[in-house]
Design a protein around this ligand. Structure first.
Ligand code: PLI
Length: 460
């Protein structure tokens, strides 16, 4: 007899140690937020109850990873842990050559310096803050070629990370393929809400770029989460293990930058991985200038060991199912309360649509920044602006006005429980109840690069 009882997922781990959380009063939060210039990046983490600022470097490591930390070989050159990491990257991702870096942007810097010349065009499936900045600092210009659906929070297309090949074709016609050093493809597109790209689209992109002699560089920061959506939603992949899907994704690209602080379950680390010997040789030389010797790239031996073990854990089906399952649980709770969120729910967090939440606040008064501040005031839950502040300014000094004005509730991996998710959804719903009374912010300090990290605001 077929049973109609639901089959729930549960965390494939149990707790061995816990970190106590600090609770704050509304008065304490009001003071802390004003001191932080209404920027959640400038809060002290001590003043935060549930920290959803980012899923970057905030994962809980496993006992295996901690044990690996004790096996750190802290030699300046040729550490055993480097060779272990190199083996794992080859085995799980399939890239031939590895350059470790202190984190993702270290790899972006080196890659951009090697591949981009002044005046080059770098097409990509939506910008990411640090990635685009390194492309620009190297003299290039980023061009968005993501499908239009990605800019619409309501559109439920399952692969909103896909590339619109006609947009790419236009760029190739306009500039010529010689001006395009590579196509920059992220899996689980962060700024779109953690939206996946499909294998079908990647294959079409591969065929197109091959014809024009353009390499594909993969921002593989959240590749396993992308693989989960392929497994759940793409025809022909339902029975494929995450590990195989991850390898197939990587096989359709020529190299990758990785922030291991996300998927790979470590608190620090990253790498550049490529298949082309010449690019590798140049990177191996350049890493010495910016990060450290090519067998440690700014990391301790123990960090490389934890990363090698974390990569293995990150491609487990049980792990990814529970990880994304928790994100979906939170998203569904928020929708029950009528909170407008980006759909479909992505892999690493819930992205609340601040334009819909606070329609009376103009984008020049930072609706998403305002909403992040209000949620913190309500409950001590810290989130992050992903709207006009994050988008920054163009080379000519004008503000970008992104269509998406979002607040990201990013879920660290293996850190919080389902009960925490309930508290977060309820707090957001409470803010939603009194949304009409909320007023916007004005920016009173703006740093030149990546302004969202350090900008300061005042209430209007
Ligand atoms: O923070 P890094 O330097 O290790 O990595 C930079 C980086 C590159 N690509 C993508 C897609 C990211 O999400 C990313 C960093 N993301 C952060 C810090 C985040 O909070 O989403």
């Amino acid at each position: 007899m077929k049973s109609f009882i639901k089959k729930s997922w549960a965390e494939p781990y149990k707790m061995k140690m816990v970190e106590l959380l600090k609770m704050t009063t509304p008065q304490q939060r009001k003071k802390a937020l004003a001191e932080a210039g209404y920027n959640t990046f400038l809060l002290r983490s001590e003043d935060v109850y549930i920290d959803l600022l980012t899923d970057s470097g905030t994962s809980a490591m496993s006992d295996q990873q901690w044990a690996g930390m004790m096996m750190g070989d802290e030699a300046y050159a040729g550490s055993r842990n480097f060779y272990h990491l190199e083996e794992v990257v080859k085995d799980i991702y399939g890239y031939k050559y590895l350059i470790p870096t202190h984190q993702g942007r270290g790899a972006e810097n080196i890659l951009s310096k090697i591949l981009i010349k002044k005046g080059d065009i770098i097409p990509g499936n939506m910008y990411f803050t640090t990635t685009r900045l390194h492309q620009e600092l190297a003299g290039g210009k980023f061009e968005d070629i993501i499908i239009d659906e990605a800019h619409d929070p309501e559109n439920e297309f399952p692969f909103k990370g896909n590339v619109d090949l006609s947009k790419l074709e236009k760029l190739v016609k306009k500039y010529g393929s010689k001006k395009i050093p590579y196509v920059s493809i992220a899996t689980s597109v962060n700024m779109a809400g953690g939206q996946p790209i499909s294998i079908k689209n990647l294959k079409e992109l591969r065929a197109f770029t091959k014809k024009h002699g353009i390499p594909i560089i993969h921002d593989m920061t959240r590749v396993a989460e992308n693989a989960h959506f392929i497994q759940q939603k793409e025809t022909g992949y339902h029975d494929k293990p995450i590990r195989e899907i991850v390898k197939e994704i990587c096989s359709l690209t020529d190299g990758a930058t990785m922030s291991a602080k996300k998927d790979a379950l470590v608190n620090i680390g990253g790498f550049l991985a490529v298949n082309d010997w010449n690019v590798f040789e140049e990177a191996r030389n350049l890493v010495v200038v910016y990060e450290g010797l090519h067998t440690y790239g700014g990391l301790a031996g123990r960090d490389m060991e934890a990363m090698a073990i974390g990569i293995g854990e990150s491609v487990s089906d049980n792990h990814i199912h529970a990880r994304v399952g928790q994100v979906i649980y939170l998203g569904e709770k928020m929708m029950e309360y009528g909170v407008p969120i980006v759909k479909p729910i992505g892999g690493h967090g819930i992205f609340v649509d601040a334009k819909k939440f606070l329609p009376h606040i103009s984008q020049d008064n930072f609706p998403a920044q305002t909403l992040a501040a209000e949620v913190y005031l309500d409950s001590g839950v810290r989130t992050m602006e992903r709207g006009i502040v994050s988008a920054g300014r163009k080379a000519n000094g004008e503000n970008y006005y992104p269509k998406l004005e979002l607040v990201r509730f990013t879920i660290p991996r293996r850190v919080y429980t389902q009960a925490h998710m309930d508290v977060i959804a309820e707090s957001t719903a409470r803010v939603f109840e009194h949304r009409h009374k909320i007023k916007g912010l004005k920016m009173i300090y703006e740093p030149k690069y990546l302004r969202f990290f350090q900008a300061r605001f005042e209430k209007i």
